[in-house]
Design a protein around this ligand. Structure first.
Ligand SMILES: *[C@@H]1O[C@H](CO)[C@@H](O)[C@H](O)[C@H]1NC(C)=O
Ligand SMILES: *[C@@H]1O[C@H](CO)[C@@H](O)[C@H](O)[C@H]1NC(C)=O
Ligand SMILES: *[C@@H]1O[C@H](CO)[C@@H](O)[C@H](O)[C@H]1NC(C)=O
Ligand SMILES: *[C@@H]1O[C@H](CO)[C@@H](O)[C@H](O)[C@H]1NC(C)=O
Ligand SMILES: CC(=O)N[C@H]1CO[C@H](CO)[C@@H](O)[C@@H]1O
Length: 499
């Protein structure tokens, strides 16, 4: 109902030389353009070859468990997990292999690819059974080989809401389907919880030709009998492929227009899929191929890319976004085991690097906090006339609860502190029975420099601890609504509205 709900606007604050950047955005009814955002919107895609390193083989990997549980504590649900990607197509099943063991063969590592994917993986029934070590999650799963049989094991099957999806082959433009085998084993039917994820596309023509969701729709896939077992279309995408990084590339990655360009290209596919009442997810994604660009994908600026990208994905109608992770990959949010060679160039490490989170993990934390645990959160992007500043409003039901604002101008090591720019944000509220909030609190993602690999804090708290649990004293500031606040270059804030 127009006028029923509060809106707010961000106004330009001109004329102060210390605040050279400003923006304006007059907002209409944000709620009317808002879309739901799931509590497990941020999910993970794990490279299949080293799945046991993530889960733990004989007992749970406490570090990985904690990283998921941190997010569960904020949003009420842990991330979903997809196990798959390239190495799933190199996985074979041997019923003679007992227990949580994988027989793997890896190619030699190189400077560009310090942690290559296995060229051969052979597993038995026990391989996926270690999924019982995760916080109770929904597993968006994978390939053929017959290792899917593990999901029919009693210890796995008894886990409630466990397996929600099955993908046959990775990016199976090349694979004939084994759908009926899997349907038989898992008893997938029109009424079962587990359904197929289809068309795990690495690319799309974005139109009704070639390989695309729109082509599948026009060819009648979803009206066929097997097609009715498909719940979800699964797109895979990266922002490019760069095996060498630099500061300009980092700024490109963070840049608002590039982030939107990489997502809105799927808008026509998403609309066509949703019109069939089929879900649409970004089932495998991250910054750059080559497992990330060194000095770009693994640094703090990538945390702001991640935050803007995952929120923008919700805005274009993607239900969930699965960030791809592999042991030692540069673009990980989480490194769940000790590394003995550099993930940046493959050189041997003098001191092994214990499990740790990377800067991107903070984006998952901020998103979980902004979405919150209520289960009725909606998101709406703020229209901000500044190419470096992005913002999103979060509603719980119809109540404006929080906003995230991101300043993606890169501030690099070696720049003088005095040259760090800021924007000023004033909030104004219009309409609605709720009126302006009495006060707002502002929580900051403090990033010393866009090209730092460590040292971020979220409201004074670090997640860069030995067990991935947050450490430090929370620091949020209460702000008088009329005064607004500044956001520095390379900073994100969460604004909470207190009514
Ligand atoms: C898959 O199904 C086909 C046809 O029913 C059958 O011949 C084959 O043995 C099955 N494969 C597996 C691995 O169950
Ligand atoms: C995707 O982002 C990259 C930078 O990260 C940019 O170079 C590229 O042009 C973007 N692609 C689109 C389609 O906008
Ligand atoms: C808390 O955050 C504010 C603003 O970000 C900062 O100025 C202040 O120094 C911080 N206080 C502590 C104790 O870290
Ligand atoms: C923004 O807030 C500042 C500080 O309170 C105030 O001086 C200024 O007038 C405001 N600007 C606008 C456009 O409302
Ligand atoms: C059952 C089945 O089709 N398994 C396939 C799994 O993927 C590998 C590819 O690496 C095939 O060789 C197997 O036939």
């Amino acid at each position: 109902m127009p006028g029923e709900f509060p809106t707010f606007s961000l106004r330009c604050f001109l004329g102060l030389s210390t605040l050279p950047f400003c923006f304006s955005g007059q907002l209409g009814s944000l709620l009317s353009t808002s879309l739901p955002i799931a509590r497990d919107h941020v999910s993970f895609s794990l490279e299949q070859d080293r799945w046991l390193d993530w889960s733990g083989a004989t007992s749970r990997n406490e570090f990985f468990y904690n990283t998921l549980d941190n997010l569960k504590q904020l949003a009420g649900l842990p991330p979903r997990i997809r196990i798959g990607a390239n190495s799933q197509d190199n996985t074979d099943f041997n019923p003679g292999i007992q227990g949580p063991i994988a027989q793997t063969v890896f190619p030699d590592y190189t400077q560009n690819v310090p942690y290559p994917e296995a060229k051969s993986v052979v597993v038995g029934d026990g391989y996926f059974a270690t999924a019982r070590f995760l916080p109770r999650v929904n597993l968006g799963q994978n390939n053929l080989t017959a290792s899917y049989l593990a999901f029919a094991l009693p210890e796995v099957k008894t886990m409630e809401s466990f397996l929600t999806g099955m993908i046959i082959g990775n990016e199976p433009d090349l694979w004939k389907t084994f759908a009926s085998n899997i349907t038989d084993v898992l008893k997938i039917s029109s009424t079962s919880t587990t359904k197929f994820w289809a068309a795990a596309f690495a690319g799309s023509s974005y139109a009704n030709y070639g390989f695309s969701p729109q082509t599948l729709i026009n060819q009648g896939l979803f009206s066929s009998t097997p097609g009715r077992l498909i719940s979800t279309i699964d797109q895979h995408a990266y922002s490019g492929s760069f095996c060498q990084g630099n500061g300009a590339l980092l700024q490109d990655l963070m840049t608002k227009a590039n982030i939107r360009g990489n997502l809105t290209r799927f808008s026509s596919d998403i609309a066509a899929v949703r019109a069939q009442n089929i879900d649409y997810v970004m089932g495998e994604t991250n910054s750059f191929a080559c497992h990330g660009a060194p000095g770009v994908s693994n640094v703090a600026g990538a945390a702001l890319w991640t935050l803007d990208y995952l929120l923008s994905a919700a805005q274009v109608g993607m239900s969930r976004i699965f960030f791809h992770q592999g042991i030692g990959f540069k673009y990980n949010l989480i490194q769940p085991v000790t590394l003995t060679r550099s993930k940046v160039d493959g050189s041997p490490l003098q001191t092994p690097l214990p499990p740790h989170v990377q800067p991107q993990y903070y984006a998952a934390v901020i998103a979980a906090e902004a979405i919150g645990p209520k289960g009725n959160t909606r998101i709406s992007e703020l229209s901000i006339g500044d190419g470096r500043v992005a913002g999103y409003a979060f509603y719980e039901g119809s109540k404006l609860s929080r906003a995230v604002i991101i300043n993606s101008l890169a501030f690099f090591k070696g720049s003088s502190a005095g040259s760090r720019q800021s924007v000023h944000v004033n909030l104004s509220f219009a309409g609605g029975s709720y009126g302006a909030p009495k006060s707002i609190t502002v929580k900051r993602l403090d990033i010393p420099h866009a090209d730092d690999e460590t040292g971020l804090t979220w409201g004074g708290v670090t997640y860069e601890s030995a067990d991935a649990r947050p450490r430090g004293t929370a620091n949020v500031t209460t702000v008088n609504v009329a005064n607004g606040f500044d956001i520095r270059a390379t900073e994100a804030v969460l604004v909470t509205f207190n009514n």
